[in-house]
Design a protein around this ligand. Structure first.
Ligand code: IMP
Ligand code: MG
Length: 177
């Protein structure tokens, strides 16, 4: 498995330090509130598990699963494969994403959830690839800004593989070419 990785972009140690830092920021910003973390499956699962354990306010959690409609990504259409099970009306929602790339997914998701009248919606992303942004969406909390490379590990996959790598690595181009 490791032989498919060209280089380590973000080490386990760096992940740990930065995720704790962002968790502390969320703790400070949500004093007196009880946010609901909404994870976007599957990529969020490891990041979210670490993030929520670094947050020190009462909170709840829910998950969604989404995928892009093939061939129609330019329209911003996203398919909801699993919707929330909690009511978010009046709640402070924090969407948890693995990576903000074109922004199409999060842009759609944010407006989709806005209709349910939450008190607020913020976005926390592990990584941000600003170079590839198409939709007008930004992260309120971003752990790492990264260059335009395809990365895997710490929850992120290529064809469902490599999610279990404990670090963020750049995939060798031979693997997907
Ligand atoms: P977008 O922001 O709508 O373009 O899509 C973001 C989604 O694409 C992420 O949630 C990931 O699932 C996937 N994605 C984008 N870039 C990468 C990457 O470098 N590695 C793995 N998945 C990626
Ligand atoms: Mg994803």
């Amino acid at each position: 498995m490791e032989k498919d990785i060209q280089s380590i972009l973000i080490s386990e140690e760096e992940l740990k330090t930065k995720v704790q830092e962002v968790g502390d920021q969320i703790t400070a910003d949500y004093q007196g509130k009880e946010p609901i973390f909404v994870g976007v499956l599957k990529g969020c699962f490891i990041f979210m598990a670490d993030l929520v354990r670094s947050v020190r306010v009462n909170c709840s959690m829910d998950f969604m699963a989404v995928s892009s409609y093939s061939g129609t990504t330019s329209t911003g259409a996203v398919k909801i494969n699993k919707d929330l099970s909690e009511d978010i009306c009046g709640r402070d929602v924090i969407i948890v994403e693995d990576i903000l790339d074109s922004g199409v997914t999060l842009n759609y998701l944010k407006s989709y959830l806005m209709v349910r009248k939450p008190a607020s919606i913020r976005i926390v992303t592990l990584m941000d690839k600003p170079a590839r942004r198409k939709a007008d969406v930004y992260a309120d909390y971003s752990c790492f800004e990264i260059p335009d490379a395809f990365v895997v590990g710490y929850g992120l996959d290529y064809n469902e593989k490599y999610r279990n790598l404990p670090y963020i690595g750049v995939l060798r181009p031979e693997v997907y070419m």
